[in-house]
Design a protein around this ligand. Structure first.
Ligand SMILES: NC(=O)c1ccc[n+]([C@@H]2O[C@H](COP(=O)([O-])OP(=O)(O)OC[C@H]3O[C@@H](n4cnc5c(N)ncnc54)[C@H](OP(=O)(O)O)[C@@H]3O)[C@@H](O)[C@H]2O)c1
Length: 437
């Protein structure tokens, strides 16, 4: 029998447990596809109870990740510890020991990717991370291998299931952000510290990887304008419905003729007839538009033991096939050859153009709308629609949808508008993604 491929897993929590289960449960199918067995040789976890629950054969479990990395019998290491501390050390140690590494660790790849790609390249091994973006959705493989004949024009992604779950519940039930977040935590859809998910940081990590692969360069996380969903109120979701839209936390990337790239993460109104607007709950989707292929949409479960584990095992089989065929460097980790990648020019946020939803809070007096629209006009912002609430002795909402406008002009206009006596609270601004923006 041909030689089996031996796998060592470090971190047997949610995703690691999924990988172990898939390798055990679908071993026959995997062998049919790979041509040789794929065997789980070592599994490390710092938590003895986690290891015990897996019911592994004698000699497989260990508490020490470095025992996996240094086991001469392991061909491919799976890093599912998370974070950018010990995970980075284990990954570098695995490369130094001549092991290929597969991971789902988006934070590590987004922050230390260049160092790790270069270390893997020097060691002559592969570093694979399909599960880092979109969980079970094979979007990175498509970016690396399927769109190689296309110039990528744009990408729109819902790539954080926690934020999408919260926004979906707020939209469907009119619930406020705080209680929905608490419920999501109780249901296991949000972590105890949800900062990365709801403040858009996790989405920005993933967008950095997508942008790097799509446009052939590096983008720093600081270059990605990132806003989360904490400030979204049910009233804005109701107005979105009135405009035929939904609010989604979108990762947006667009290529411009001058070579600059837009890369931003923020709550966005999208026409509810668009497919991406129909991606609800914990599901993820990425729409990629290429100059030849046109628009494509990838949809599926963006997290969870089995979906994410499935993407990890897909990478394991890809690496194992290359081991079997003696193939090296067949597919560059970031889609472009390393010597063809250079820092990307990210268009400053002030220069982007969009439609805007604005909810102003104003006193209910004659002439207010005229004052406000006059200031918008002075900054080349034209108004497409206005919703003004009925009479009140207190402040009322004045909701405006603009035509396409430049962010810088909008910010200047709003600074002047908010200085008016008739404006009594900060304005809520949500960008609107439209075919003409
Ligand atoms: N969960 C998902 O749906 C999902 C989706 C996409 C990507 N990811 C990524 O996948 C990675 C793993 O996530 P997860 O949700 O599976 O995390 P998790 O459930 O917390 O599992 C991590 C496991 O690693 C163990 N561990 C920590 N330090 C270790 C060390 N030095 N040596 C050995 N074991 C160690 C932890 O044990 P303790 O419990 O003792 O700390 C825990 O059992 C992360 O990078 C995450 O961002 C997760």
């Amino acid at each position: 029998m041909a030689q089996a491929i031996h796998i060592g897993v470090i971190g047997a929590g949610t995703v690691g447990g999924g990988v172990v289960s898939i390798l055990q449960g679908n071993c026959g199918l995997i062998e049919q596809r790979l041509g040789v067995p794929m065997q789980l040789r070592r599994v490390a976890d710092s938590n003895p109870a986690t290891l015990a629950a897996l019911g592994l054969p004698e000699g497989v479990a260990t508490h020490d990740g470095f025992a996996v990395v240094n086991d001469p019998d392991v061909h491919v290491v799976v890093e599912l510890v998370g974070g950018d501390g010990i995970a980075r050390e284990l990954t570098l140690a695995a490369f130094a020991a001549g092991k290929h590494v597969v991971t789902a660790n988006k934070a590590l790849v987004a922050t230390h990717g260049e160092e790790l790609f270069s270390a893997a390249n020097k060691a002559g091994v592969q570093y694979m991370f399909e599960a880092a973006v979109g969980g079970g959705i094979p979007i990175l493989r498509a970016m690396r291998e399927s769109f190689t004949g296309d110039r990528i024009e744009s990408m729109l992604g819902i790539i954080n299931g926690t934020a999408n779950y919260i926004l979906t519940r707020m939209t469907d039930n009119g619930e406020a952000f705080g209680p929905v977040l608490a419920d999501a935590q109780a249901l296991g859809y949000a972590e105890a510290d949800p900062t990365y998910d709801i403040d858009g940081i996790d989405t920005a990590h993933k967008l950095a990887l997508l942008v790097g692969m799509a446009f052939g360069g590096q983008v720093g996380l600081d270059d990605i304008h990132t806003e989360g969903i904490r400030g979204i109120e049910p009233v804005d979701l109701d107005y979105a419905k009135a405009f035929g839209c939904k609010v989604k936390l979108l990762a947006i990337a667009k290529a411009h003729q001058d070579g600059s790239i837009e890369a931003r993460v923020h709550p966005t109104m999208v026409d509810q007839s668009r497919l991406i607007a129909q991606v609800d709950g914990v599901f993820n989707a990425v729409a990629v538009t290429g100059d030849r292929v046109g628009e494509t949409l990838f949809y599926g479960q963006g997290a969870g033991a089995m979906a994410t584990g499935s993407a990890v095992v897909g990478d394991l089989v890809a690496v194992a096939r290359d081991i079997r065929t003696g193939s090296r460097d067949r597919v560059p980790p970031m889609a472009f050859q390393a010597d063809q990648r250079s820092p990307l020019t990210i268009r400053p946020m002030a220069q982007i153009e969009s439609l805007y939803y604005l909810r102003l809070t104003v006193v209910d007096e004659p002439g207010v709308l005229a004052d406000i629209s006059g200031l918008f006009g002075q900054h080349q912002i034209s108004i497409a629609r206005v919703i003004q609430e009925g009479q009140s002795s207190e402040s009322v909402a004045l909701v405006i949808m603009t035509h396409r406008a430049r962010e810088q002009n909008l910010r200047q206009a709003l600074a002047e508008i908010e200085a008016l006596n008739c404006v009594t609270a900060p304005t809520t601004v949500i960008r609107v993604e439209s075919d003409d923006a």
